[in-house]
Design a protein around this ligand. Structure first.
Ligand code: 0T9
Length: 370
């Protein structure tokens, strides 16, 4: 545990032992203070839009093939933010705050240079995952809605994370062609570096993007020493039926190329990203993430862990009481912004076009109420 503060080494050792007995849900486990993040998981969906211009430009594509390539470029350019931001900002991956039922996160990326405003709505819709999120840029003709949850297990050296859920992107082409749908499945990840107390994420296996236009993108991830000597590498192909139309490769944290590594640049992820704009805490409602966790986050940031712990217990006890009160009245909590579907026809239609090996077995759906 070289990266663990001396006074927390015993606690880290105990945490590693408890990982061995974990059954699927890491989020509720107690971890030593140095590894805690002041940010709740409800903020994470914002990573999907930190390159708002790339997102808005999807509908400018002139053909279904061109638009699939833009979707792939946009998807790959979100990965660096999703999976390395905590390392960049806080020195290592950290344990996010575990959202409460009904926790909300709202944000916008303003209209700059005519790209249109993108609005984000996030809600924790059940006690365990998932979190549901919706992004909408009406002017640019792009809408993204998805839900995500995780199952975790520990192998002795790494935490293996299987993401459940998916996203569906709706595109209204500027060319006037009919609206298109893209089903996006989520990659698996491995959290490495745990024994040293400096966790980081490596993506593994494969995810896919399936469009109703018949185009499919398949993305394969590898860590150090597979495709190249480099970490965070991927290879992707765009296919139509069983014909490969174009391939791409490179680093999802760096540069990638069309064709092989000598081809033209497909994407350079060093372009600056734009963080979501959020209303000041004083103006937020009681269930909005930064308001709800304000005191806990402050405690974590300033090293006042007793204060953070007390406030976290207060929130958790309040949650337990609310659930008891509902049960006593024979009621059950309902999401505020989304309606749950056991079966989502839109998902099923797109999933049926995708190879079984790349499709999650069963997926719920959510419909936006607004
Ligand atoms: C969706 C993302 C996800 C959420 C996080 C695994 C993780 C919770 C889920 C998958 C986002 O689009 C992308 C990024 C980071 C993922 C988190 C990283 C992480 O460590 C947590 C888990 C639950 C932990 O808190 C691990 C404990 C930590 C102490 C590492 C040892």
């Amino acid at each position: 545990g070289g990266a663990v503060p001396v006074e927390q080494r015993a606690g880290w050792g105990a945490f590693l032992k408890s990982l061995a007995h974990m059954t699927g849900d890491l989020s509720s486990m107690t971890a030593p203070p140095f590894i805690l993040s002041p940010t709740s998981l409800t903020e994470f969906p914002a990573y999907w839009c930190e390159h708002p211009l790339v997102f808005a430009a999807i509908a400018d594509g002139l053909t279904p093939h061109d638009r699939m390539e833009r979707v792939l470029r946009w998807f790959i350019c979100t990965l660096k933010g999703q999976y390395t931001t905590r390392n960049e900002k806080m020195g290592s991956e950290k344990k996010p705050l575990n959202p409460v039922l009904g926790e909300e996160f709202f944000g916008v990326w303003p209209d700059v240079a005519g790209r249109g405003e993108t609005k984000l709505i996030v809600e924790q819709v059940s006690h365990h995952p998932p979190i549901v999120s919706r992004f909408y840029n009406e002017k640019a003709g792009v809408k993204l809605q998805g839900h995500s949850g995780q199952k975790t297990n520990f192998s002795g050296t790494a935490i293996h994370v299987k993401q459940s859920g998916h996203a569906i992107l709706t595109v209204k082409p500027k060319s006037g062609e009919p609206a298109e749908k893209y089903l996006i499945t989520l990659p698996k990840l491995r959290i490495e570096g745990i024994v040293w107390g400096s966790p980081y994420i490596e993506l593994t296996d494969t995810n896919a993007i399936q469009s109703n236009t018949g185009f499919t993108a398949v993305i394969d991830y590898k860590g150090k020493g597979y495709f190249t000597g480099k970490a965070h590498t991927f290879k992707a192909t765009i296919n139509r039926g069983n014909r490969t139309i174009q391939s791409y490769e490179g680093q999802w944290t760096g540069i990638s190329y069309v064709g092989g590594s000598k081809g033209p640049v497909f994407l350079d992820t060093s372009a600056p990203k734009e963080e979501v704009v959020v209303r000041p805490i004083e103006e937020q409602g009681e269930w909005e993430s930064r308001k709800l966790w304000e005191k806990v986050a402050k405690g974590i940031r300033t090293g006042s862990y007793d204060e953070a712990g007390k406030e976290k217990s207060r929130i958790e006890n309040d949650q337990r009481q609310r659930r008891k009160d509902e049960a006593a009245k024979g009621e059950s909590w309902k999401p505020n912004h989304f309606i749950h579907l056991d079966e989502d026809p839109e998902y099923q239609q797109l999933a049926a076009m995708l190879d079984d090996k790349l499709t999650p077995a069963h997926e719920d759906g959510y419909v936006y109420k607004g």
